[in-house]
Design a protein around this ligand. Structure first.
Ligand code: TRP
Length: 425
């Protein structure tokens, strides 16, 4: 069976950007930026994307394309054995946990989209089921006809919607206050915690540390320039995050609301904001459509990690793999969603929070560190150089800089997040 491939270079960028641009950009980024010193946070965040995010993305690209397979398969093919299976296994486990809570939140997007459109929405579990249904529909069409085609249509639509919302937001009275809140740099607010928040945000938003970009890279042709793909995906992702902040904060401030915590901001405050804004019902529909598009094109990438794994390592057809991963995702998402009212809690933490905590604090940093250490110290430099030079002009200084970064700065940076997650400081 020939390996699945993406069709066009643009399609690759759209699919990877579709994965990267998600809930992390539309609600998490604006809130974090607002709370952590506005423009100062933005600066720290951009440094993290450039110094750690892009090198890690390149590492996942190299492993995925060179190894031509899912997280487990690619590591086996590069290392020629099963010594690194644990790394792939962490990725698969991580994707199962993340998919569960990501689907719950995608379900909220479905709910608010339906609410803003029809004034009514079904019960929460049905909304989650609809979110999962969308995933199955797209993944069922395959890598090129599903993931790539759908992202190529939806990503430009997302940008158009976002620009419309930005224009609406900026033309509200007193929009300047929101803009100042987001951009005015307050350098006194840059603490260790801000660095850590920026670093883990850059991982989550670029879809790193879970074999997601690795799996997508296994669908890239050798003509694809890995450097420019990484640069384009990171730029689109950062641009969307900033624009989302510009769309959200002026509206929140202009109408006298205060920027509260993450999920509430988007799901509790914004419907109110739209309610009291001229033309709000239309902009409400557009906003939740945007959120839904962002969420779905990311959710498919998380499920694809598992589908690719079952398909390639366990000789299961894609449809069968889709059925299995969907069943597991549905069961876990239901448990996650039940845990939100305080039931099903272990050690004072609900399942939803546990999944989020375990993945973002431990599993994702661990697998990212595994990938960079493997490429930096165990895999022959010649081989990585050869892979990166396929499809690019192959500037040697760029390669050397990348190699040095993934050997030193990146593992050190991630190790610090890890210790912080353990509560060491
Ligand atoms: N990047 C997405 C967001 O910002 C979420 C996401 C999709 C993700 N795939 C991932 C996060 C893989 C970590 C790993 O919402």
């Amino acid at each position: 069976m020939a390996k699945n491939k993406f069709g066009s270079k643009l399609g690759v960028v759209m699919a990877a950007a579709g994965s990267a641009v998600g809930l992390g950009n539309v609600w998490r980024f604006p809130y974090l930026a607002g709370e952590n010193g506005g423009g100062a946070f933005l600066l720290v965040y951009i440094i993290c994307v450039l110094v750690i995010g892009i090198p890690v993305m390149m590492s996942e690209f190299v492993i995925g394309r060179r190894g031509s397979g899912n997280a487990v398969g690619a590591m086996r093919s590069l290392s020629g054995g099963r010594k690194w299976d644990w790394l792939g296994a962490i990725c698969i486990l991580c994707s199962i946990l993340i998919l569960a809570f990501y689907l719950v939140v995608t379900g909220w997007c479905v709910k608010f989209f339906l609410l803003s459109l029809f004034g009514a929405a079904p019960a929460d579990w049905i909304n989650t089921l609809i979110a999962l249904g969308l995933n199955v529909l797209i993944l069922g069409l395959g890598v090129e006809k599903g993931i790539e085609k759908v992202s190529t249509v939806l990503m430009p639509l997302l940008l158009v919607l976002l620009v419309m919302l930005v224009v609406r937001s900026l033309t509200l009275p007193n929009s300047g206050e929101g803009i100042r809140f987001l951009f005015e740099p307050d350098f006194t607010k840059i603490t260790t915690d801000v660095w850590l928040a920026a670093l883990s945000q850059s991982f989550f938003t670029l879809s790193l540390g879970m074999g997601c970009m690795l799996t997508y890279a296994s669908y890239m042709k050798k003509e694809q320039n890995l450097w420019s793909t990484a640069a384009q995906v990171a730029s689109i992702d950062t641009l969307v995050a900033i624009l989302a902040g510009v769309a959200v904060f002026p509206a929140v401030f202009s109408l006298g609301f205060s920027p509260t915590e993450g999920p509430q901001l988007v799901f509790d405050v914004l419907p109110e904001v739209f309610h009291s804004m001229p033309g709000g019902s239309v902009f409400g529909v557009l906003f939740f459509l945007l959120l839904l598009i962002a969420a779905v094109t990311s959710a498919i990438s998380i499920q694809e990690i598992q589908v690719a794994y079952l398909n390639e390592q366990h000789q299961m057809s894609r449809s069968k793999a889709l059925v299995w991963t969907t069943a597991v995702a549905f069961a876990l998402a239901m448990l996650c969603s039940l845990s939100l009212d305080g039931s099903l809690s272990i050690g004072g933490r609900g399942l939803f929070d546990w999944f989020d905590y375990l993945t973002s604090k431990f599993l994702m940093p661990l697998s990212a560190i595994g990938f960079v250490l493997y490429l930096g110290w165990f895999y022959p430099t010649e081989e990585s150089r050869d892979e990166i030079k396929q499809g690019s002009e192959g500037r040697e200084w760029l390669f050397q800089t990348w190699l040095w970064t993934i050997r030193t700065v990146v593992p050190a940076g991630i190790f610090i997040i890890f210790l912080h997650g353990l509560g060491v400081f």
